[in-house]
Design a protein around this ligand. Structure first.
Ligand code: HEC
Length: 99
């Protein structure tokens, strides 16, 4: 009786520690828009004409990133879709923003 009680107790404790981990895991990967990973899209699309460091050396507010990304998208027709541009702007705005 006492043993079962103790086992039940440690199970509850283990669950209490596990639950936040289980719920945190999907949230961590859900920062992309419409299934697009901004970092991956950025590295794939923005490094073909010039070095990525041309971008990553800069710090801009999100509206400036949007303007830059829009301008870059217009340089090559169909290379960067509107969804991809939005994901890139989100990524640059949060990782290379001014604060
Ligand atoms: C089709 C080729 C091409 C692609 C793709 C491209 N760029 Fe550019 N980028 C250029 C050229 C050419 C310049 C220099 C002339 C200019 O500024 O228009 C430049 C300049 C820049 C500059 C510095 C000058 C400025 O205007 O402030 C930044 C920052 C930049 N690109 C970011 C990006 C980002 C972010 C992406 C992806 C969304 C990207 N580029 C994709 C061709 C490209």
């Amino acid at each position: 009786m006492k043993r079962i009680g103790f086992a039940g107790m440690s199970f509850a404790v283990a669950l209490a520690f596990l639950l936040p981990v289980l719920f945190a895991a999907p949230a961590a990967g859900a920062d992309s828009k419409g299934g697009l990973d901004g970092k991956m899209v950025f590295e794939k699309k923005c490094g073909v004409c010039h070095r990525l460091s041309l971008t990553t050396n800069r710090r801009e507010w999100k509206p400036e990133w949007r303007e830059i990304v829009d301008r870059m998208a217009r340089k090559r027709d169909g290379w960067i879709s509107a969804d991809e541009a939005a994901a890139i702007v989100d990524y640059l705005g949060s990782e290379y923003g001014k604060d």
